[in-house]
Design a protein around this ligand. Structure first.
Ligand SMILES: [Zn+2]
Length: 403
């Protein structure tokens, strides 16, 4: 079960410019690390770097979900944990932060964290990176239906169907823990949910969350200079290997034969074995497994295109943004927010059938001027998704919750 959290701190990158400011403002950041760490851990690191870039000292409070045992008490504390409430109040009182930033609070931290921040009157930003606020499975399609049961009735259908972990009890716990979060922040003027796209915001707004409480602030990249054009012929897919991500069908239907570009898949997950055995039989597909973030950026830089084949309402778009940041166009599935995020920085992938994949590849590889496609990808990134732009909106957001 949850014992306590680990605390680590980082100094700001720049000197604070506040009047007479010798002490930088402080952000107390919370993140419950997933059993299978992935994109949300990288996002937590990025948000921290962003806050440090605008002069904040950051204090990270993390706990590992993998250390939680299952059982009746774990179910209760996923909804509300008295122990977390006490610990969070203690650290808020000793650190006296200017803001609290909550990345992921499920299940180890629970709504207790928000109750503590509210009791101490600390302005709080809470990231929305999946749909757990709406449904136990945390995965929705763009039309609002759950990817597991196909229903929009998240209580009666998702709980009865066991959409989280194939378990009715665990799904009920998820539903109640989301309800506890929504009730904890009801009417709290110094709290905002921060969603990564307008679609994510629309899908989580509901009976207990009105639209003014969810602000949209897209993910971002740290590249600030136009990349050099490197001529390559390989395509990369960076993804968790889970069914809703669409990687299995992408690999299965990847075009074969002379002139077909090669595909490298970077990532790990439950479908690793299945994807590995399919790719082993293909000449031009390689499954490289988990790859560090630094290496992912370099491989993106050296690729002719990246592909995001997600079949759910992908709220994230971080890999797409990182791809454009190094001038690599994105072949994106049209099922989620990616069409809005990528736009002129890539080309759509309408289905995961071979003919569709071929058409998308032809638009990249058959272009008269491939360097123009790369410039367009980078230009779209630099117009919308640089860390400098994200820093400006972070400042505005903090001013909004602190006023
Ligand atoms: Zn469901």
């Amino acid at each position: 079960m949850y014992k306590s959290f680990d605390v680590a701190r980082s100094k700001p990158e720049v000197n604070p410019t506040s009047a007479g400011g010798s002490t930088p403002p402080k952000a107390l950041m919370f993140h419950a690390i997933y059993r299978n760490p992935g994109g949300e851990e990288q996002s937590f690191a990025n948000e921290s770097k962003l806050l440090e870039s605008i002069g904040y000292e950051t204090v990270h409070c993390t706990t590992e979900n993998s250390k939680i045992s299952r059982g009746p008490w774990a179910a209760v504390t996923a909804v509300f944990s008295p122990r977390v409430l006490v610990d969070a109040l203690r650290i808020i009182r000793s650190e006296r932060p200017d803001i609290v930033y909550v990345n992921n609070l499920w299940p180890a931290f629970s709504a207790s964290l928000l109750v503590a921040a509210r009791a101490a009157a600390i302005p709080t930003l809470q990231a929305v990176r999946n749909y757990r606020l709406a449904t136990p499975s945390a995965k929705l399609r763009a039309d609002g239906t759950c990817t597991e049961c196909g229903s929009t009735n998240y209580f009666t259908s998702c709980v009865r169907n066991g959409c989280y972990g194939n378990s009715r009890l665990q799904s009920l716990v998820c539903y109640l823990s989301a309800a506890a979060v929504k009730i904890s922040v009801l009417g709290w003027k110094q709290h905002r949910f921060v969603a990564t796209s307008a679609m994510t915001a629309r899908l989580v707004e509901g009976r207990l969350i009105d639209s003014g409480r969810v602000v949209v602030r897209p993910n971002f990249g740290f590249e600030e200079n136009e990349p050099e054009f490197r001529s390559t012929d390989s395509v990369v897919c960076v993804s968790r290997l889970t069914p809703e991500k669409g990687v299995l069908d992408l690999v299965r239907n990847w075009p074969q034969g002379a002139g077909s570009p090669s595909l490298t898949v970077l990532g790990d997950g439950p479908q690793y074995g299945e994807i590995s055995s399919i790719s082993a039989a293909l000449d031009n597909v390689t499954l490289a497994g988990f790859t560090s973030h630094e290496d992912v950026i370099e491989i993106l830089r050296d690729s002719a295109a990246s592909v995001v084949p997600s079949q759910w309402a992908e709220p994230f778009g971080r890999v797409a943004i990182e791809s454009m940041s190094v001038g690599t166009p994105v072949i994106y599935a049209t099922s989620g927010a990616l069409a809005d995020i990528v736009g002129p920085g890539g080309t759509p992938l309408h289905t995961l059938e071979e003919s569709s994949i071929r058409e998308a590849l032809d638009r990249i590889f058959g272009a008269d001027d491939r360097s123009a496609i790369r410039r367009s990808a980078y230009r779209h990134y630099s117009n919308r998704f640089t860390s400098r732009k994200a820093a400006t909106s972070m400042r505005e957001l903090i001013n909004e919750v602190r006023s």
